[in-house]
Design a binder for this molecule. Sequence first.
Ligand code: NAD
Length: 391
Amino acid sequence: MIIAPRIRGLICTTAHPLGCRANVERQIAAVAGRGPFRGAKNALVLGCSGGFGLASRIALGFGCRAATLGVSFEKSPTPSRTATAGWYNNRAFETAAARRGLYAKTIEGDAFSDAVREQVVAAIARDLGRIDLLVYSLAAPVRAHPRTGELHRSVIKPLGGPFAVKTLDAGKGEVRDIVIEPATAEETAATVQVMGGGDWELWAQALRDADVLADGFQTVAYSYLGGELTARIYREGTLGAAKADVDRAAAALTERLADIGGRARVAVLKAIVSQASTAIPAVPLYVSLLYRVMREQGTHESCVEHIDRLFRDGLYGDAVPADAAGRLRNDDREMAAPVQQEVGCRWRRVATHNLAELADLKRFRDEFLALFGFGLAGVDYEADVDPTRVD
Ligand code: NAD
């Protein structure tokens, strides 16, 4: 079939196998170009197939030659329907890793389930012995709780009262005003169940109980804080409540890991274009402005460059600042005053008619399509492709 992007609302329902491979290889080249660093030996990456999780796996594999075990949730292809982009990304990663003699295994299933945890523990015990790093990079809309069986659905809403905000319709290139109603207490609690630290704790406990954690084991979970523009919908909203629970879990886990010299950390990352982030109201507009401003100020980093710096200079170095709560602040460049001031000025002025002048809508769209393997250099998008083949 000829595979073209099919966009439905905030997602693209098709993905291009060769484009996804080119996207993974482009990120591998970015890491390899920075040279090797000393870091993890055996790493487990939860949420390995896209965004920051995929970037983490690439930085660990191709930056410090770590053996990586990945977990993600995917749909397989059929002869007439493409797989999820993550399915192609996982295979592209494994192929590239094998070519360089790196161990890489991926388990595709529900990371919130005990069944997948058991498969992962067995794979570590069999293939790696112990792991020295767990990266927690899941971003999910729902979680079936493994103990209660209850299905929790996360919502992205403000707390307290309604929030009137500008938002971007990236497809139409329009800036609109919307009002988002506040979450109920039940919705907030459900979001904490899905995106909070509880599942991270279950993972660390299961790995601990199975005795597959090396001495000095580290684990890192990803978070976002952001500035005033997105505060009501992020930091002070339902997602912020979930991320506060991740902070709580980090402290609790560090205590529980003390006897093996272990540590759990939260890394606060910059805003990027990912499947998860484009679903957050106001974030596409904020990111379009941010990318333009950071590029103009010479501080822009791609997703993989950002994560490479987190490992190279942060987790395995000492050049990324930590805040009073011990969180690694890899978002330092996004939060720098000149960046926030300029984005704030543009945010107040931005409207449909001046979008091209103030923001980088083209790059936002290009990066969104690239998540699904579209628009990559060197890929023939007119060619007939079998969506079930990845070689
Ligand atoms: P993403 O949508 O690109 O990737 C999410 C990953 O989670 C995918 O690999 C997906 O397959 C996996 N996943 C989802 N549900 C799953 C399930 N039930 N079982 C197994 N795997 C599952 O997300 P992202 O934007 O890279 O976000 C990753 C983390 O980084 C999140 O904690 C997010 O809050 C954080 N973060 C994101 C941003 C941003 O701007 N995107 C900024 C700072 C922090």
